[in-house]
Design a protein around this ligand. Structure first.
Ligand code: BTN
Length: 246
């Protein structure tokens, strides 16, 4: 399969760059990867900015064609969380956690996140997605960040953290995860995601502060299951609600 790699000193957002490239004639298929040393307008989930200082962290996006429909996007977003968690652990950090749908945490602080943006449906049953991954590697300081964060260099200071090695590991794992998901669906990722579930057994609230119940893991589609006081479990889809630990 054809893979095109772009390595940039500076860009507004690697996700935005993939979107621009994908719209060029002849660029709609194959796999496109964009890496940048810094981003001037890095994007996070829910309209937040993603702090992207130069030289410190990993900013990488993938333009992928996925055989499947929009209904599979919830599962797909979890699959890339597993790929990111396993890539990080392969460098000897010890276990990391996944905060549904796909944030990577270590000891209660965020290490990295994933922003998936949809480019559209190229033809029936073939969607184009942009997977953007940000990992704090050497992050020294961050202003205006409203959540606890950490970096790989803090989590495992004994490692010589090399962003190129991490990027190479991620490319391999993200592409393998995408292939496996298209061939077999979410099944082979279910346990790997569940093993790292940060919410399990915890009392959860929405980001607005409303209590929703206790975390019970994910269902077979990748929705998160929440148990209320009466013991009823209901699934929550990634686009519908944002959760945090009470
Ligand atoms: C989150 O809010 O947790 C998702 C953060 C995703 C950040 C990455 S950095 C590379 C790519 N380009 C962007 O503008 N955002 C993603």
């Amino acid at each position: 399969q054809q893979l095109q790699l772009m390595v940039l000193d500076e860009v507004d957002s690697t996700n935005a760059e993939i979107m621009r490239q994908r719209r060029l004639p002849g660029q709609a298929t194959g796999t496109l990867v964009c890496l940048a040393d810094c981003q001037t307008a890095g994007r996070g989930r829910r309209g937040r900015a993603w702090q992207s200082p130069k030289g410190e962290n990993l900013y990488i996006s993938f333009g992928l064609g996925i055989r499947g429909g929009f209904s599979e996007l919830d599962g797909l977003s979890l699959v890339f969380g597993v790929a990111l968690a396993e890539a990080i652990e392969s460098f000897g950090t010890g276990p990391v956690q996944l905060k549904w749908p796909n944030d990577v945490y270590h000891n209660g602080s965020k290490l990295g996140g994933i922003l998936i943006e949809l480019l559209g449906e190229l033809e029936e049953g073939f969607i184009q997605v942009v997977i953007g991954i940000g990992v704090n590697v050497h992050m020294h300081e961050a202003s205006d960040v409203d959540q606890a964060w950490t970096s790989l260099a803090r989590v495992a200071p004994e490692q010589q953290w090399n962003r190129n090695a991490l990027a190479a590991e991620l490319v391999t794992r993200v592409l393998a995860a995408s292939e496996a998901f298209q061939a077999d669906g979410f099944a082979s990722f279910h346990e790997r995601w569940t093993d790292r579930d940060l919410f399990r057994g915890r009392s959860l609230v929405t980001t607005q502060g409303q209590l929703v119940g206790t975390g019970c893991g994910i269902d077979q589609d990748g929705s998160y299951l929440i148990e209320d006081e009466a013991g009823n479990r209901s699934p929550v889809r990634a686009g519908e609600i944002s959760l945090r630990i009470d």
